[in-house]
Ligand binder design. Sequence first.
Ligand code: PBG
Length: 323
Amino acid sequence: MSHLIHRPRRLRRRESLRALVRETRLEREDFILPLFACPGRGVRREIPSMPGVHNLSVDEIAVEAANAYEAGVRGVILFGLPETKDETATGAYDEKGIVQQAVRAIRNAAPELIVITDTCLCEYTSHGHCGVVRDGEVLNDESLDLLARTAVSQAQAGADIVAPSAMMDGQVGAIREALDGAGLEHAAIMSYAVKYASAFYGPFREAADSAPAFGDRRAYQMDAANAREALHEAELDYEEGADILMVKPATVFLDILKMVRDRFDLPLAAYHVSGEYSLIKAAAQKGWIDEKRVMLETLTSIKRAGADIIITYYAREAVKALD
Ligand code: PBG
């Protein structure tokens, strides 16, 4: 006879018991699907390093968004590949720009879908950096005006939420002021408050054609070694008026996610980025792992660490797995 009093296994004997004591549950409302808008008509071009993810022309992106909504996805975040790029990222704040067109088309095709726009310049600049470049430097204050104009044009096109990702100091404040000045007080800001200079963005740069032509992003994105600095970054964006904070990438920064969760009461998003997706896809294609289980375990870990919102290329599959 054993004298054990505590036997945690008692509540693991059947799925219904496990479900009874489950602490973290994924729900379809948790997920945001990233989509990439490109020029043309009828274009649906798969990204080689991101199986299942495509560059989509405006007509196709509207269909894709409507299908995602039908399948249970409640929000999308949009990126754009413009026709042409230049030094000052004109395509980012053109009212007929690729993302602005995509927002309008999606609004029409899926009126209830939450539309978020990534607010950055790197997809639109010829040099691929997230701000204005002079003498090899990415200038901070000179970039704020362009980011603010981009956010205003995206909100005017109908975006519910703009998501500044350039990591320029003061970008949230500049965008809030510009939105309010344009009568767009209702447009919310989801700030990429804590964004690390990460090698996990590799596949995204192929998808968005946004690799920097020289150097890297370490002069504006965060050093992966820093945790306290994440709280400082989040604090600044909170003070500047962010409505939602974000940590990015997600799985290799779960400790940071938890720290931000514990300190701030705003809704918190985590971006499960391209490289995190591609690693799972690649191993699954080799037959080395069970893709669905690894996906669900990964997404659960992100929610357990404190995320309310999970941006993931797996959004559709995740929602389907929950059905
Ligand atoms: C734009 C931006 C990037 C990502 C989101 N917004 C790329 C970067 O900073 O280089 C990465 C997303 C992903 O890897 O899935 N600045």
